[in-house]
Design a protein around this ligand. Structure first.
Ligand code: INI
Length: 173
């Protein structure tokens, strides 16, 4: 069997991206933002097609992402933050609300909202995920954003899907 496979290309040209980034643990979070910008640039996004919104902590990411998504100006919103279990008794609340809230913004608005919040048990694990040694979660999440906007664009422009009914992903058409 060879079923038809749908997957997004890695081409950021023509798309607009918002990064909503927490300032908490900024020495790591700023590395994640740099990683995301690096990926978007390498995949062809224009500098003018990217805007960054900074918020105090990861708890503030969801509502900010909602307001950003509601502007209708962006094809995807990338939430970025760092929450370290060892650093706070609030870990579960902050990390949990950020994850639930960002997912809920996606579902409410139809705009893809990517989860680029590093949640770790230790500072060392967080350092490892911020590309200080290798691998940068910000880079990865931006790649995912580009892939998903391309997938939704393809789905939104499919003839069968649009015939006689409203488009499912109006924000990317
Ligand atoms: N916010 C983070 O993004 N990471 C953390 O590790 C963190 N800690 O440790 O508490 C954190 N707290 C702040 C929180 O996100 C809110 O900004 C604050 O509670 C005000 O609403």
């Amino acid at each position: 069997m060879q079923p038809k496979v749908h997957q997004g290309r890695l081409n950021a040209e023509g798309f607009r991206f918002a990064i909503v980034a927490s300032r908490w643990n900024d020495f790591l979070t700023s590395k994640l933002v740099e990683g995301a910008l690096d990926a978007l640039e390498r995949l062809g996004a224009e500098e003018s097609a990217i805007e960054i919104y900074k918020v105090p902590g990861s708890y503030e990411l969801p509502l900010t992402a909602l307001k950003v998504a509601q502007t209708g100006e962006f094809d995807a919103v990338i939430g970025i933050g760092t929450v370290i279990r060892g650093e706070t008794p609030h870990f579960d609340y902050v990390a949990g609300e950020a994850a639930k809230g960002l997912a809920s913004v996606s579902m409410q608005t139809g705009v893809p909202v990517l989860f680029g919040v590093v949640t770790t048990d230790t500072l060392e694990q967080a350092i490892n995920r911020a590309g200080v040694k290798a691998g940068n979660k910000g880079f990865e999440v931006a790649m995912s954003a580009v892939e998903i906007v391309n997938l939704y664009k393809e789905m939104g422009s499919g003839e069968k899907q649009t015939k006689g009914k409203e488009k499912v992903f109006p924000h990317v058409v």
